[in-house]
Every structure is written in C-alpha cells, then in structure tokens.
Design a protein around this ligand. Structure first.
Ligand code: SF4
Length: 290
C-alpha cells in the first residue's frame, strides 16, 4: 500500500494566522470568536476545550473582560460598527487575502459600479464581501453568469476558494456583458496550488482521500477537482470515516487536505492506516511519489 501526500497539507497562511491569534490571546483573556473561527469541527472542538467560545451576538451579552476575534472569513462594515457602538474589544483575524477583496469591493462601490461576486452566496466570506457594496449580485455558477443582463459598469471579484478555470470561464462570458469591466482575481495562492496538486495527484492514484470539514468550501472544491480524474474519491473529516473496503494491499492512495485541516488529523490518519491496514505502508510526498 502506498500513501502519497500533497505538499500543501494542513493550515493555509490565513487559517494558521487566525488560529495563532486565538492561541496567543486566549492564554491571557477570555475569548469568543464571531462565528466559528474556521470551517473544521475537530479544531473548533479543540478550541472549545481550551475555553474559546463561539458567538453570533455582538451586544451587551459580551462580557467586559472578553475579547471578540473576527474569523478568517471576515465580516461586513456593520459588524465593526456594532463592535464600536457596544465598546467591545476585538482582534481582527480576517485573512489579508479576504481583506483585499473587501477593499476592492468597497472602492468599486464608491465608484458606483455594480459588483458581481462569483462564489457561494451562503458562504460567510461571500456574505462579508457583499456587505461592502450596495449594488451587488452573486453568481454561483457559469449558468448564472450566462443569465446575467448587460451592465454599464461591472466590477468582478471571486470567492478566494473559487476554481480558477471556472473564474476564467465566467470572465470570458462577462466580457460581452459590460461596457466597463473591472476584474480582481481574488483567488488566493493557497487555493490555487492545492487545487493544482489535487488535479495532479488524483490522475495517478487508485483512491483519493480529501480531508477536511464537511462545511469547508475549499475542501469541497478539492473534492470536485479530484472527481474529474479519479472515480474513487472520499471526503472525510477524520480516520474514523475510512472503510477497509476502500482499498487493497496494492492500492496507491492520494491524500489532500483543505486549508483549515489541522496537522493532527493527518498525523492520526497516517498512524491509524499503519496500525489498521498496513504496517509497511509507504508514505511519500507528491514529489517523490509521482
Ligand atoms: S484559503 Fe486563502 S483566503 Fe482563505 S484563509 Fe487561507 S489563505 Fe486566506
């Protein structure tokens, strides 16, 4: 049995930064994150055990000695106003790549452009970016982009975890749908390189394990990428979901993770695969394995 790991395993820059902020301040203060800090239930559970709570309320229920941490997906301007109005102490852990997209939208809003966000309308990152524009629409698919009317002035931004291929297709369609088109490629490097590795790896293996929160958009995107090349792809959060009949002793297994999957989950998968399936499993990286 061979297990080939992609190079980008574990937290991306933005998630590492957000978790680091919470780790540091929770050793000195009572901390609540505004919404779940990241989309990984196992990591949220770990933080909860360390006393870090999650809240959706920015009001007088937040104790005076408590610091609010704004999660990596960011928030709209209304939330900053509420924090200031209620004199709540906060630390902003919005990923700088998300911040860049928010700043672009804010600027284009002031220039009276219609803003189009290409992404999942129910995702908190998209919700927060939307909140920076008055005239804003969201398209979730190429079909939705095709159905759009013509615009005088259109500014386009994508969810940071969007597929570059799809974003490129959307832009090609939009070229004929606006007199003035302004594009900001906000897909982050971490997303791009993980998707590229997932594409490469899934073409060479028998089984793909895509590890990350079921609620994680970037993990689900990796699964979609892998399914284009490999028939047997499984999205798991932890080792416990793995079934023994997914592979045989001759299987080559690929493993990729979402940007918010902690290292301890991958370490446990490797350890348990050795223990339960093959003590001699060959664990390689994408560079020496392919
Ligand atoms: S996936 Fe990209 S945008 Fe999202 S938190 Fe990580 S680095 Fe930031």
């Amino acid at each position: 049995m061979r297990l080939i790991l992609s190079n980008r395993i574990g937290f991306c820059y933005g998630v590492k930064r957000a978790v680091g902020i919470v780790d540091e301040i929770s050793s000195k203060y009572k901390v609540k994150t505004f919404g779940p800090l990241i989309h990984n239930p196992q990591m949220i559970d770990r933080l909860r055990k360390k006393g870090v709570q999650t809240t959706d309320a920015i009001d007088n229920s937040v104790e005076n000695d408590c610091k609010i941490v704004i999660r990596s997906h960011g928030v709209g301007p209304d939330i900053y106003t509420l924090l200031d109005k209620n004199r709540i102490d906060y630390v902003d852990a919005t990923c700088p790549f998300v911040k860049n997209a928010q700043n672009f939208v804010n600027r284009k809003n002031r220039e009276n452009a219609t803003v189009l966000i290409f992404g999942d309308r129910h995702h908190p990152e998209v919700g927060a970016v939307m909140a920076y524009a008055k005239d804003v629409i969201v398209a979730e698919s190429i079909e939705e982009v095709r159905a759009l009317k013509h615009f005088k002035k259109l500014a386009v931004v994508s969810q940071t975890t969007q597929s570059k291929k799809l974003f490129r297709q959307a832009i090609m369609i939009l070229l004929d749908k606006a007199d003035e088109l302004d594009i900001y490629n906000s897909i982050c490097g971490a997303t791009e390189s993980r998707q590229a590795e997932a594409e490469k790896l899934s073409q060479k293996v028998d089984v793909m394990l895509v590890v990350g929160g079921k609620n994680s958009a970037n993990t689900r995107r990796l699964l979609t990428v892998c399914r284009n090349y490999c028939d047997r792809c499984y999205h798991i959060e932890t080792f416990r979901e793995i079934k023994s009949d997914w592979f045989s002793q001759d299987s080559t297994i690929g493993l990729v993770t979402g940007a918010s999957t902690p290292d301890f989950i991958v370490d446990e998968i490797i350890e348990q695969m050795k223990e339960k399936f093959d003590p001699n499993i060959l664990v390689e990286s994408i560079d020496d394995g392919l």
